[in-house]
Design a binder for this molecule. Structure first.
Ligand code: FCB
Length: 448
């Protein structure tokens, strides 16, 4: 019988490629009352029964606020080159008048210094969904003024940390902020109005643009980025109804933010479909929003198969949150993004998966499925680089198991396990695999 030869090949990434992990403030920090932090919309939202599946909140989370030296030491041990975290606006600005809280800035100052002292590149994101509650009380992202408040907050942060940061990301996933927060109500602040969602989406983008101006002024040498989520859409059938449903979902989820940032404006047919008159879009806004960025951060988890009546095609394997695992969609997405926008550089700022994590030896979680997920997505990133797509890094979501928003602590995304009773951190098998991959700047793929 014919036997296929053993083929194995090392996928080598570019020498300058950046490897790291990501988290966000509300999901890991805890310490919600420490050093003058004021409530965020997530404190309020999580306090209402029924909003978070297990009734939990980020009040304690991974207690990273107090344990960051140990956490950074672990990143160093694993050989991570970069760490993406977010800054909590409610720690920095205390009230609607814009009072700056130096003790809040001190925390990020210490974190950044700790990272740098361990040779790890700090990659901050200014907004990962924890809007100060006092701004939501003034209508949140539906109020245009929130965009200006965001620019002021940005100025306070960049003024303090700007001498040590080479890349600033403004927003994390504005689609999720606007859609889950204002349209479906699954996330804080839990509002449910399409027209509020449209307003919020524009004000978020304006906030990105206005903050970008402050970053350019205060830190002219730094790179400017925005982090956008992409969930490629496929049509369940060729029927006209399915095609239309897929078109609008594609526009809302995958083009609504990158098109205006890329200078293409809002997808008009979908604005019309939802009868959005764009009265929030003032003269000059689209120029502010489309000022050049240096880096697009891409968060990728899954794809969607869309039909008009909700019936779905047989899905591929899913993770524990029901998200389809479909690595080839990432490769296609990266080529599409590059062809459509030609941003100077792109980075995977989140990619990862929750798995049952129920297989373990005495010491650690043996999460072979997570290893496979990360590896298969990295194969796609590598392929895109071979085709000339300027991918400059890959950050795994997440460094730690953490508070997964409306799902609470059920889904575990970490490459490091967190025991929430004892706060003990234990690297999973995926962390060790990732560490080895970083050390080799790639990995071998092959078939036996
Ligand atoms: C992304 C979020 C991140 C995390 C992952 C699973 O949408 O940016 O905070 O919850 O999903």
């Amino acid at each position: 019988m014919y036997e296929r030869p053993h083929v194995s090949k090392h996928l080598e990434f570019p020498a300058s490629f950046t490897w790291g992990s990501a988290t966000s403030s509300y999901q890991i920090e805890g310490a919600i009352d420490a050093d003058g932090r004021v409530p965020s919309i997530w404190d309020t939202f999580a306090a209402t029964p029924g909003n978070v599946q297990d009734g939990s909140s980020g009040a304690e989370a991974c207690d990273h606020y107090h344990r960051y030296p140990e956490d950074v030491a672990l990143m160093r041990e694993l050989g991570l080159q970069a760490y993406r975290f977010s800054i909590a606006w409610p720690r920095i600005i205390s009230d609607a008048k814009g009072t700056v809280n130096p003790a809040g800035l001190d925390f990020y100052d210490r974190l950044v210094d700790e990272l740098l002292s361990k040779g790890i590149r700090p990659l901050p994101t200014l907004y990962h969904w924890d809007l100060p509650q006092y701004l939501e009380d003034l209508d949140g992202w539906v109020n245009r003024d929130t965009a200006y408040r965001f620019a002021d907050y940005t100025e306070a942060v960049v003024g303090r940390l700007g001498d040590r940061i080479d890349t600033w990301a403004t927003l994390n996933e504005p689609f999720v902020s606007a859609n889950h927060g204002y349209v479906t109500g699954e996330h804080a602040p839990g509002r449910t109005s399409m027209s509020d969602g449209m307003s919020a989406s524009h004000h978020l983008l304006l906030a990105h643009g206005l903050a970008g101006q402050r970053i350019r002024d205060l830190a002219p040498d730094a790179d400017l980025a925005i982090v956008i989520s992409f969930t490629p859409v496929e049509t369940a059938s060729d029927s006209e109804d399915d095609r239309i449903a897929a078109l609008h979902q594609e526009n809302l989820e995958n083009r609504w933010y990158s098109d205006p940032v890329g200078g293409l404006g809002y997808p008009q047919e979908t604005a019309d479909f939802y009868e959005w008159d764009q009265s929030e879009v003032h003269d000059g806004d689209l120029d502010i929003i489309s000022a050049p960025i240096d880096l697009l951060g891409i968060n990728f988890y899954s794809r969607s198969i869309v039909s008009a009546n909700g019936a779905e095609r047989e899905p591929f394997p899913q993770n524990t949150m029901g998200w389809e695992i479909h690595p080839p969609s990432l490769g296609r997405l990266l080529r599409w993004l590059h062809n459509r926008y030609a941003f100077p550089a792109m980075m995977i700022t989140e990619n990862g998966c929750p798995m049952p994590d129920d297989i373990r030896d005495d010491e650690r979680v043996i999460d072979d499925e997570r290893v496979a997920y990360i590896r298969e997505h990295l194969v796609e990133v590598h392929g895109a680089i071979q085709d000339g797509v300027p991918m400059v890094g890959y950050l795994v979501w997440s460094m730690f198991d953490n508070f997964e928003w409306a799902w609470g602590y059920g889904p575990r995304f970490g490459i490091v396990e967190v025991d929430y009773e004892t706060q003990k951190r234990t690297p999973k098998k995926s962390a060790l695999w990732f560490s080895e991959t970083i050390a080799n700047n790639g990995f071998s793929v092959g078939e036996a």
